[in-house]
Ligand binder design. Structure first.
Ligand SMILES: [Zn+2]
Length: 323
């Protein structure tokens, strides 16, 4: 039923799902780097198309509104939100054989202030991203994570240090900006983050206010710096600071040493183990395929009598949540 070859597709269909090598036609679930490639033709949600263009993807891209069915060769497809980042879409495929197949792309069930709210649909076959598909990855409650985040910021100010956060520039950074602004802080962001923030605002997401960081300029009191992980060189030039990374991988105790930061805060744009299991229980599939993460979730599902298989090789190893 499912074919894996540098991507995933329903056997007999032309349409690939987040193919990682060039295909004739592929759905792109969202605009994170490990999901985007140039293809002969791309189908993506309307908002994702804006981010794809911003990220330099050219060629034929068909924007498809959420909940608007479209006939393709071998079936009918419908997109609906995955809650991961703005524009991130799941795809429902109604196959010619009458089965409903859902591919989630990257997924978040709980939280998220700058993405569309996730929807869960009943299906026969579920292909689910399981980056945190292991019982040891259960995130604290969202309020607790935000409290930890704010306590880090306050702790920096108490010691007269500048708080500097590392966050992926598409999605995570905008969420951090909104959380900070709501609580009276000024997000002072790297230009790559500011560019995407402007797109978010253009797409109707209110981030509050923010400023763009200019190297050498003095930071205003109450400013919280946000840099992408790739701008460590520029971040190193900021003196008298304390750093934190925002990622679900914060649950790994050694992550701050591995990443060379002072603190790791589990603000994630992915579903944790509990959310994944909850999703599966609601969607009631006859068969589950897991991608990303470890094969653990598939093996736990099998032990509970649910037919499940982990798909190796569908995506780049080390994909999943970025920090
Ligand atoms: Zn992603």
């Amino acid at each position: 039923m499912i074919e894996v070859s540098d991507g995933i597709r329903v056997k007999g269909m032309k349409l690939w799902l987040d193919a990682r090598r060039r295909k004739q036609v592929s759905f792109i679930s969202h605009a994170h780097a490990d999901h985007i490639r140039s293809h002969g033709e791309i189908i993506a949600s309307e908002r994702t198309v804006r981010f794809l263009r911003h990220r330099g993807i050219r060629g034929t891209i068909t924007p498809l509104a959420f909940h608007q069915p479209m006939e393709v060769e071998g079936g009918r497809i419908t997109l609906f939100p995955s809650g991961h980042i703005l524009g991130a879409a799941q795809i429902m495929i109604d196959t010619e054989s009458g089965e409903k197949v859902v591919y989630t792309g990257d997924l978040r069930v709980v939280g998220g202030e700058t993405a569309e709210r996730v929807q869960i649909k009943k299906c026969d076959i579920l292909i689910i991203e399981a980056t945190y598909g292991d019982p040891r990855y259960v995130f604290p409650d969202r309020d607790e994570v935000v409290a930890q985040f704010i306590s880090f910021v306050e702790g920096c100010f108490d010691r007269d240090l500048a708080p500097l956060l590392f966050a992926y520039p598409l999605g995570k950074a905008q969420e951090a900006m909104k959380i900070l602004f709501r609580r009276g802080y000024i997000p002072l962001v790297h230009h790559s983050i500011a560019e995407i923030a402007a797109l978010y605002e253009d797409l109707g997401v209110d981030l509050g206010g923010y400023m763009t960081f200019c190297p050498g300029e003095k930071c205003l009191p109450g400013s919280v710096l946000i840099f992408p992980p790739g701008a460590r060189g520029e971040a190193a030039a900021v003196t008298k600071k304390r750093t934190a990374v925002l990622t679900g991988w914060a649950l790994d105790k050694d992550i701050k040493y591995r990443l060379g930061v002072d603190e790791a805060i589990p603000l994630s744009d992915h579903a944790d183990y509990t959310e994944l299991v909850g999703y599966i229980l609601v969607s009631q599939p006859k068969k589950v395929y897991t991608t990303h993460g470890s094969p653990k979730l598939a093996s736990i599902l099998r032990s509970r009598g649910i037919e499940a298989l982990h798909l190796e090789g569908a995506f780049v190893k080390g994909g999943g949540e970025h920090f």
